[in-house]
Design a protein around this ligand. Structure first.
Ligand SMILES: [Zn+2]
Length: 437
């Protein structure tokens, strides 16, 4: 191991001797049902989980603040409908440094995706179980494992008697999976630092960039009429089948996706080109009636180069709209009854330079523990983008476990990953914030 001081040896020793405690804390967090919400759903056990963390971090010398943010909505791009935080508090815990060092944000989201049928799981998704050195349970890797290691790294420093020069800012927020509003609420509350890490399951790699993600809803108009009766031309009042009108437009989205794959402005060192995928289609009201409208919901993922000055994905939306509009121009019905787009839940892309000290520092800390990682990007989205783009805190994802098992039945995190990640974060804290003499 490439440890650089007695302090580092001592702190890593504390973490390595605390394997069972790490597993116990992760299991405690998994036992809290923090399934991500649909709008309007009541809170679950978000507060219980946050209080577990709050109590432990206080015992480690942190000043803590648990707060329910003001509702978010009112035109914020992340959310289509207003969302409140009643019963879903956010937590920030600050360990003050002695002065003269850089601050570091440690961030994790506490919501987890729904479990699906429990019978499909080998063990109860809310009762963590170890099999073959892996800790199983909903959220084990995405990302209660990471929240555990971030919190435990703070504890380990305290136990090893190491005082830092810079501040540690620990923040666990809700609503990453649902919308991204939890991270936004934290940023709006002033949660910031000189740099940050989100402990998403990167398997010790560093995600230095992510694509933006947004939902587009295309509505194609038709005109209702009896499906078993001959219909006059639509100009003479005849029916128009909205499904058939929509088909060339849907097909054109595939061509746009193909074009993006080959276009030079869609090349990014860490990310796939932009993509658009139809995911939900709704049309028709009666089996013997021409459908009067067809709505096609699409998932649009776009590159950091496709944002406007306000950080929204409007340029990407506009490109999709223009592309589909050009195809619709071939259909006289659609020329006179144009399809429309609605864009909702726009979570913007972000990137941190690959030579940024937080990127280099995280990889070095992991590498010094025998966990060689690489710099890569996330084609989906993570809270790190909010902290980077809107909070002024260059934030990467760097965490235990593999993204491939996130959101899956029998989700797990290797126990060795928990130990090594907690140790890596503790090392990074010492090197980034500086150790007080
Ligand atoms: Zn996650």
């Amino acid at each position: 191991m490439g440890l650089r001081s007695d302090h580092e040896e001592r702190v890593v020793g504390v973490v390595q001797a605390s394997r069972d405690e790490l597993v116990a804390l992760a299991s405690e967090l998994i036992a809290c049902d923090t399934t991500a919400r649909d709008p309007g759903e009541p809170p679950r056990e978000e507060e219980r989980l946050q209080r577990i963390l709050e109590q432990r971090l206080r015992a480690s010398g942190a000043e803590t603040e648990l707060w329910e943010p003001e509702p978010i909505g009112h035109g914020h791009p992340y959310v289509a409908a207003e969302l409140d935080f009643d019963g879903r508090p956010q937590l920030v815990a600050r360990v003050r440094g002695s002065g003269g060092g850089r601050s570091l944000l440690l961030n994790g989201h506490i919501d987890a995706v729904e479990t699906g049928a429990h019978e499909l799981w080998t063990s109860d998704p809310f009762r963590a179980e170890i099999r073959d050195g892996k800790l199983y349970g909903r959220g084990a890797c995405d990302m209660k494992g990471g929240v555990t290691t971030l919190g435990f790294a703070v504890e380990a420093l305290r136990r090893a008697g190491v005082q830092l020069r810079g501040d540690i800012v620990f923040c666990s927020n809700t609503d990453e999976e649902s919308s991204g509003v939890g991270g936004w609420a934290a940023v709006r509350h002033g949660v910031a630092a000189a740099a940050g890490i989100c402990a998403e399951p990167t398997g010790f790699d560093v995600f230095a960039a992510c694509r933006g993600t947004t939902t587009g809803v295309l509505t194609v108009p038709g005109r209702a009429g009896h499906a078993e009766m001959p219909q006059p031309h639509w100009r003479a009042g005849g029916a128009v089948n909205a499904i058939e009108a929509a088909l060339p437009l849907i097909e054109s989205l595939r061509r746009l996706r193909d074009e993006w794959r080959t276009r030079p402005d869609q090349r990014h060192a860490l990310l796939s080109p932009s993509s658009i995928t139809p995911t939900i289609i709704r049309a028709g009201q009666w089996s013997v009636t021409y459908p009067e409208s067809c709505t096609v919901t699409c998932d649009l993922d776009y590159l950091p180069g496709s944002v406007d000055e306000a950080g929204t994905g409007r340029p990407a939306h506009a490109e999709v709209e223009a592309w589909v509009c050009a195809v619709a121009a071939a259909d006289p019905w659609l020329v006179e009854h144009p399809p429309s787009w609605e864009w909702i839940d726009d979570c913007p892309p972000a990137e941190v330079p690959v030579d940024h000290a937080i990127v280099v520092g995280a990889l070095e800390a992991a590498g010094d523990l025998g966990r060689e990682g690489r710099i890569t990007g996330l084609d989906s989205w993570h809270d790190a983008a909010t902290y980077t783009l809107l909070g002024g805190t260059p934030t990467i994802s760097f965490g235990p476990g593999q993204l491939l098992v996130a959101h899956s039945v029998d989700e797990y995190v290797p126990v060795d990953d928990l130990v090594d990640h907690a140790a890596a974060v503790a090392l990074l804290l010492m090197r980034w914030c500086g150790v007080a003499a």
